[in-house]
Design a protein around this ligand. Structure first.
Ligand code: T1G
Length: 693
């Protein structure tokens, strides 16, 4: 074995040279990795004994892309293009051996090999679009030359990780080798290539896959049209489409130049910074300073869910889909039957979409059951999650029962979205086993899981629930106890300001349009129409604009309409009736309408949300500002290309944010007083990202 550099070694297996990368955690294309590849291929090329070359990686995965953390730093050592040129000019067959994920630059490296083999569990893809980028190392030019223009469009604009079996069917992988025997399989494949004298085919030379799309601009026009809603606000998808167009219409080397031009445009643009921030923010959220990575995890196999309605059902589905045994309890047979029916049909649909066989689907459902008897159902579960009515009395009653029923060591979780978890835990003899698992509806779809850490929640309970969160496809983020935790507490500020803006004269539709144009899926008033005016009741003696609509018999989409009218297909239209309710609401509140600028609407819709985030940070309810952003990106529809409220504030400059808040404080009152932490960071010329506890 030859050590090429700190992350690369070269061995000779008979007549096959094997270049092995080992650069944890994901063999990203850092400078040492690029150097190792370059020098490895050079050495293997020069070694007369080597007739073929296999590239393989140690660790959890093949190359998972360029080193995202290294973007923007000065280029060191051989570039990726030089490595790829070395591979494509090799007089010896090059085989890439893929396990884990070959993503972005990793797949682009593999596409410069003559052949690719993979284990069945591997996945390949070009997910740069999720970072606000496009593949920048020939991926948009080589991929279409294997899978065709249409499939390439799908892959580069969705960032999908394609399973090896499907990749083989598309020609992206030449052979699937036995799981766990990748190296042997790859060397055997290399020998087969030599023995059969197979050609040194280069992907860049394939034209037959792109030719069918030449002269058919409608392919791209139709693709744009079909995805306009999904790509709304993002820059990278369009750049990816243009790059694939170039692959179809230009010779390879010109296409590469065009790809580089398009790549540089988005790299210099406003969005990729936010999306890369979001990538690392989501991973940082897993780290809890006082809970070490080696904190023991409690074994979880059996999960109990109390409540089979929309929320309980969604929670159950996310656990069933992740392979857990699930028992769902409800009080009435009819409700339980209805809930289990929805759970079964949804799990079946999910399984079909995931390509599972009916037998596999049945196996997934085999360990799911319902019960009307909490004591019987929950006596041996490892984790129980209650999704009952959001009332402190009801919650306390449930937890007192769970405390009596559940086995020692079981985790007792509440799906409360607002209430004091410590007070709930206080009715049990095991507050250390109590934790909040705040799901967002629909719980089987929404990615966010706000994990509420009580004052007495044990570290292993927290570590276990964080792990379970990831296992069930969620983005778990820790919140301390406080009214509305992180997300709802901040959202409340936006809701209060939306109402105050209407009282001052702003039109609900204008507020919604500005929020929509900013990138939210919908504005606060559309949201109220979707959720329904009857879900949250006004406190006695209080009248909110939601309450005014409710009193006028306008429940939202579930009724005759709300702030908007709706046709049978739920298409919304302006509502003169709602406008009357709004006018009546102003009168009832003694408010006088005045012109309200778009700037004021945006300021008032976002600045108090940010200010509340600062308070949450200074109170220690959030561990770090990026956690707050991860919550808003995965649970509240904040557009990822704007990074989240705290990242957005840092882009605005905290000095400017403080100045604006003070302007509104002078005009509207002390609720606009900047949070102390915000003032401090602004005075120090820092951002929320600089705040360390
Ligand atoms: N660069 C740097 N660090 C990375 C990384 C990368 N590409 N991918 C992962 N990490 C870190 C991550 O921050 C975490 O660190 C640890 O690895 C484990 O990750 C030229 C321009 C591979 C599917 O977009 O999707 O190539 O928190 O927790 O759940 O065209 O990571 O432990 O300190 O996510 O098992 C394109 C990004 C780059 C893939 C593994 N590639 N990575 O998931 O572990 S752009 C990507 C992932 C590019 C070229 C362009 C996932 C994963 P820490 P993890 P995981």
């Amino acid at each position: 074995m030859t050590t090429v550099n700190s992350v690369t070694d070269l061995t000779l297996d008979g007549e096959v040279a094997v270049i092995t990368l080992n650069s944890p955690p994901v063999n990203a294309l850092s400078a040492p990795v690029r150097e190792g590849l370059f020098e490895g291929f050079k050495a293997a090329g020069a070694d007369a004994a080597a007739k073929a070359i296999v590239l393989i990686c140690e660790g959890r995965t093949f190359i998972a892309g360029a080193d995202i953390a290294g973007f923007g730093s000065a280029p060191v050592g051989p570039s990726l293009a030089e490595v790829q040129a070395m591979m494509e000019s090799s007089p010896k067959p090059v085989i890439a051996a893929i396990h884990g994920t070959a993503l972005g630059g990793g797949l682009e490296v593999a596409l410069c090999a003559n052949y690719r083999v993979a284990v069945p569990s591997a996945k390949v893809g070009l997910p740069e679009v999720n970072l606000g980028l496009i593949p920048g190392a020939g991926g948009t030019q080589r991929l279409p030359r294997i899978v065709g223009a249409e499939k390439a469009l799908e892959m580069v604009t969705s960032g999908v990780h394609v399973a090896a079996k499907e990749a083989a069917a598309m020609g992206l992988v030449d052979e699937l080798v036995e799981e766990g025997k990748l190296r042997e399989g790859a060397v055997a494949f290399a020998r087969k290539v030599l023995a059969e004298g197979r050609p040194l085919k280069r992907v860049r030379d394939n034209d037959d896959k792109v030719a069918p799309a030449r002269g058919h601009p409608e392919i791209f026009a139709n693709f744009r049209k079909a995805n306009a809603r999904k790509f709304r606000g993002f820059l990278a998808p369009e750049q990816n489409i243009r790059a694939v167009e170039a692959a179809v219409n230009l010779p390879f080397d010109q296409g590469l130049i065009e790809e580089r031009r398009l790549f540089d445009e988005v790299m210099a643009g406003p969005q990729t910074g936010a999306q890369r921030y979001a990538f690392f923010a989501e991973r940082a959220a897993n780290k809890i300073p006082d809970v070490p990575d080696d904190t023991p995890i409690r074994p979880i196999k059996k999960v109990g869910v109390l409540g089979s309605g929309t929320m309980g059902g969604g929670i159950a589905i996310s656990f069933i889909n992740a392979g857990f045994d699930v028992v769902v309890v409800d009080m009435k047979q009819e409700a339980l039957d209805r809930g289990l029916g929805v759970i079964r049909s949804t799990v079946t649909k999910n399984a079909e979409r995931a390509g599972l066989t009916p037998a596999q689907t049945e196996a997934r459902l085999a360990n799911t059951r319902g019960s009307l008897d909490m004591a019987e159902a929950f006596k041996d579960v490892d984790l129980v999650i209650e999704a009952v009515f959001e009332d402190m009395g009801v919650k306390k009653d449930v937890f007192a029962k769970l405390d009596a029923i559940c086995k020692p060591g079981a985790i007792l979780a509440s799906n409360t979205s607002y209430l004091d978890l410590d007070e709930i835990a206080s009715v049990t003899k095991r507050p250390q086993d109590v934790i909040g698992m705040h799901y967002f509806s629909p719980a089987n779809i929404m990615k966010l899981l706000e994990v509420v850490r009580g004052a007495k929640t044990a570290k292993d309970v927290l570590a276990t629930v964080m792990k379970i969160g990831k296992q069930t496809g969620k983005v778990p983020v820790v919140s301390g106890v406080g009214p509305g935790f992180i997300g709802n507490r901040m959202l409340r500020q936006r809701g209060l300001q939306a109402e105050a803006l209407v009282l001052d004269g702003a039109d609900p539709a204008t507020i919604d349009k500005l929020m929509y144009d900013f990138g939210f899926p919908m504005g606060p008033f559309q949201m109220m129409d979707v959720v329904g005016m009857d879900v949250i009741k006004d406190l006695p003696g209080q009248l909110s604009i939601r309450g005014a609509m409710f009193n006028a018999g306008r429940l939202g989409q579930k009724g005759v309409g709300g702030f908007y009218n709706y046709d049978a297909n739920r298409n919304q239209s302006p509502s003169p009736e709602a406008a009357e309710v709004v006018e009546g609401f102003r009168k009832a509140k003694g408010a006088t309408a005045r012109p309200v600028s778009d700037e004021e609407i945006m300021d008032r819709s976002l600045l108090l949300v940010i200010n509340e985030g600062a308070k949450i940070l200074e109170e220690g309810i959030a561990i770090r500002s990026s956690d707050i952003d991860t919550i808003w990106l995965n649970g509240y529809g904040w557009p990822v290309y704007r990074g989240g409220p705290m990242y957005y504030a840092d882009q605005l400059g905290l000095k400017n944010v403080v100045a604006k808040l003070k302007q509104y404080q002078a005009k509207l009152g002390d609720e606009w007083k900047p949070a102390a932490l915000l003032e401090k960071l602004a005075a120090e010329g820092k951002g929320f990202a600089d705040f360390k506890r």
